[in-house]
Design a protein around this ligand. Structure first.
Ligand code: AHR
Length: 521
C-alpha cells in the first residue's frame, strides 16, 4: 500500500497564517524505498568526536560499556543509526591502521595534523570501531587511506577485517582478540582526494581508484565489497564527469560533500544570527537539490542503468567554533535553525532515492552538526537529533510522492525559501507525513485530507518548535541557557478533526517540523 500526497498551497489573506491544503490519495503505485542509509552518521578523529564523545576508555568514571560511553550509545541506538563512517574525513588519509591495533598501551602516538595537532594515542582503532558498530547494530563504512597510504596497506586492512583464512594478517587479528571476521560492506577509496586527501586531479585519482580497488579483495562475503569513490565538493561537476568517464561502473558509488556554510571566511556563530542569516542558511541548504540534480544528470549520461549510486557522505551546517574552544576541533552548538536544515535536507534526499543511497551527516558527536554533545559526564540531545528521531519512521519505508505548489516566503531578501516542504512515506499500513514550516514568523495552517477517509486514522503527531529560532539545548551549570537541557524537544501534537469528515487541520508553528502518522484501521 502506498499513498500519494497532493499538497495544494495558497497564500491566505490572514496576516499571521498561510493556508495549505494537503491531500493524500490512494494510489497503487509503489514508490522507491527510502534506504535507511540516508540517515547515516559520520565519525572522525577530530576534536572530541571519538575521545569524550564515543570512547572514554574502560577505566573512565563516566558510565561506559567496555570503554564506550553508555549515554551516547543509548541515544544513538534510539535513532537507529544505520551506518557509521570512520575514521575521517581528512583524518582518513593520514591514518595508518596498524597504529591502532594491538595492546592499547603500546599503540603509536601521532599528531593529528589536520585537526589542531592534537596528540592521538590510537586507543580507538579498528577493533574499537567495528565492535562499536556491532553494539549499535549498524553497518561500518571505512574510509581508506589513499593520500598517504599504499594500495598494499589498504588491501591488508581489508584482509585483516574480513579474512577467515590462516593468513598472517588474519592470525594477527585473532591474536588481538577477534576470532571471527567482521562484516564490512562499505569501503571508501580515499576522502576529498581533490583536497586534504592528496590534492589530486580527477584523472589521476581515477587511475588510483582503479589501482587500489584491484587489490582490495573481500575475503568474507560472496558478493564483494561496495567501493565508494571520493567525489567532488558541492558544484564540482567536472570531478563527477571525469570519475564517471574514467572509473564508470568499477565503482559502486561516488560520494559528494555538501556543507551548508554561509561563507568559508566568515561562517558566523551557531547560536546568534540575524533573520537574513537564517533565510540565507535555509536557502543554502536547499541549494543541495539543484546541485545533486546536476551530479545525477552527469551520472545518467555515463550510467543510464543507474548502477553507480550517489552518496552524500558529508553534509550539514558548519559554523564558527564555540568561543573558547580549540579552533581545530570544530565544536559548534546546534539550534532550531540546524533542525530545519536537517528536515529540509531529508525532504530533498527522499525525492532522489533511485540514485541517492547513502548520506552521512557530519559529525555524530561534538563536531559540526552533531546529534549529541558531551561535557564531562553530561550529554545533551541537539535539535538535529530530534529531527533524526522524528524522521526515523521513513527509514526503509516507500516514498509517497508529494505534489504541492509552494510559494516563496516574501521578505527573505530574495532568497528562495518555500513556505512549506512536505515528504511522506508508507509501510505496513502506516503513512508518515513530515511537514516543515520554514517561515520565521508565520504559522502555517494545513488542511490535510485523504481518499478513503474512513479507512485511516491519525495515530499521532509530534512537533519540534522553539520559542526562539536561536534556542538550543545546553549543559547544566556555567554558561548554560536558562532552563537548559531540554529547551528544544518534540511535543505531541494532535490535529483537530474537521467537520464533515473531510480531513484534519494542523497549525504548524513558525519555524517548526511536524511528523504525523496515519494508520489503516
Ligand atoms: O567534516 C570536517 C571535514 O570536512 C572533513 O574531515 C573533510 O572531509 C571535510 O573537508
Amino acid at each position: 500500500m502506498t499513498l500519494c500526497v497532493v499538497a495544494l498551497l495558497s497564500q491566505c489573506a490572514l496576516a499571521l497564517a498561510q493556508s495549505v491544503r494537503v491531500h493524500v490519495c490512494n494510489a497503487d503505485t509503489t514508490g522507491n524505498l527510502i534506504p535507511k542509509e540516508i540517515y547515516g552518521q559520520f565519525s572522525e578523529h577530530l576534536g572530541r568526536c571519538i575521545y569524550d564523545g564515543i570512547w572514554v576508555g574502560p577505566e573512565s568514571d563516566i558510565t561506559n560499556i567496555g570503554g564506550y560511553r553508555t549515554d551516547v550509545l543509548e541515544a544513538l541506538k534510539a535513532i537507529r543509526v544505520p551506518v557509521l563512517r570512520w575514521p575521517g574525513g581528512c583524518f582518513a588519509d593520514d591514518y595508518h591502521w596498524m597504529d591502532g591495533i594491538g595492546p592499547r598501551e603500546s599503540r603509536t602516538l601521532i599528531s593529528n595534523n589536520n585537526w589542531g595537532g592534537t596528540m592521538e594515542d590510537n586507543s580507538f582503532g579498528t577493533h574499537e570501531f567495528l565492535d562499536y558498530c556491532e553494539l549499535l547494530g549498524c553497518q561500518p563504512y571505512i574510509s581508506g587511506n589513499v593520500g598517504s597510504g599504499t594500495a598494499s596497506e589498504l588491501a591488508k586492512w581489508v584482509e585483516y577485517i574480513t579474512s577467515d583464512s590462516g593468513s598472517t594478517v588474519a592470525q594477527m587479528r585473532r591474536s588481538n582478540g577477534r576470532e571471527k571476521p567482521w562484516d564490512l560492506k562499505y569501503l571508501g577509496i580515499g576522502n576529498e582526494a581533490w583536497g586534504c586527501g592528496g590534492n589530486m586531479r580527477p584523472e589521476y585519482y581515477s587511475d588510483l581508484f582503479r589501482r587500489y580497488t584491484t587489490y582490495t579483495r573481500d575475503y568474507n562475503r560472496a558478493h564483494g565489497l561496495y567501493k565508494v569513490a571520493s567525489g567532488g565538493s558541492g558544484d564540482d561537476y567536472n570531478w563527477t564527469e571525469v570519475c564517471m568517464r574514467e572509473i564508470g561502473t568499477r565503482m559502486n558509488a561516488i560520494a559528494v560533500h555538501y556543507y551548508t556554510v554561509l561563507s568559508w571566511s566568515n561562517k558566523g556563530a551557531a547560536t546568534s544570527f540575524s533573520r537574513d542569516d537564517y533565510y540565507r542558511t535555509l536557502s543554502c541548504a536547499l541549494d543541495i537539490e539543484s546541485i545533486l540534480l546536476k551530479h545525477m544528470e552527469i551520472m545518467d549520461k555515463y550510467d543510464p542503468e543507474g548502477r553507480v549510486d550517489l552518496f552524500v557522505d558529508e553534509w550539514g551546517t558548519w559554523w564558527d567554533v564555540e568561543p573558547g574552544t580549540n579552533p581545530g576541533h570544530l565544536f559548534q552548538q546546534n539550534t532550531m535553525r540546524d533542525a530545519l536544515v536537517a528536515a529540509l535536507s531529508f525532504n530533498v534526499f527522499h525525492k532522489y532515492t533511485s540514485r541517492i543511497k547513502m548520506c552521512n551527516i557530519a559529525q555524530v558527536v561534538n563536531v559540526l552538526q552533531s546529534m549529541v554533545l558531551t561535557r564531562g559526564d553530561q550529554m545533551v540531545l541537539t535539535p538535529t537529533y530530534h529531527v533524526f528521531d522524528m524522521y526515523k519512521c521513513h527509514q526503509d519505508a516507500r516514498f509517497v510522492p508529494v505534489e504541492y505548489d509552494a510559494q516563496q516566503i516574501p521578505g527573505t531578501g530574495g532568497r528562495a525559501v518555500p513556505n512549506l516542504s512536505v515528504t511522506a512515506s508508507g509501510r505496513d499500513g502506516s503513512v508518515w507525513v513530515s511537514l516543515v514550516n520554514p517561515s520565521l514568523d508565520k504559522e502555517c495552517r494545513v488542511d490535510l485530507s485523504w481518499d478513503d477517509f474512513a479507512s485511516y486514522t491519525v495515530a499521532g503527531a509530534r512537533v519540534l518548535a522553539a520559542e526562539n529560532i536561536t534556542d538550543y539545548n545546553d549543559f547544566e551549570g556555567d554558561g548554560a541557557q536558562a532552563g537548559a537541557s531540554c529547551r528544544v524537544s518534540p511535543r505531541s501534537f494532535m490535529p483537530a478533526r474537521k467537520m464533515g469528515g473531510s480531513g484534519v487541520m494542523l497549525r504548524l508553528p513558525a519555524a517548526s517540523v511536524v511528523t504525523l502518522e496515519l494508520k489503516a484501521l
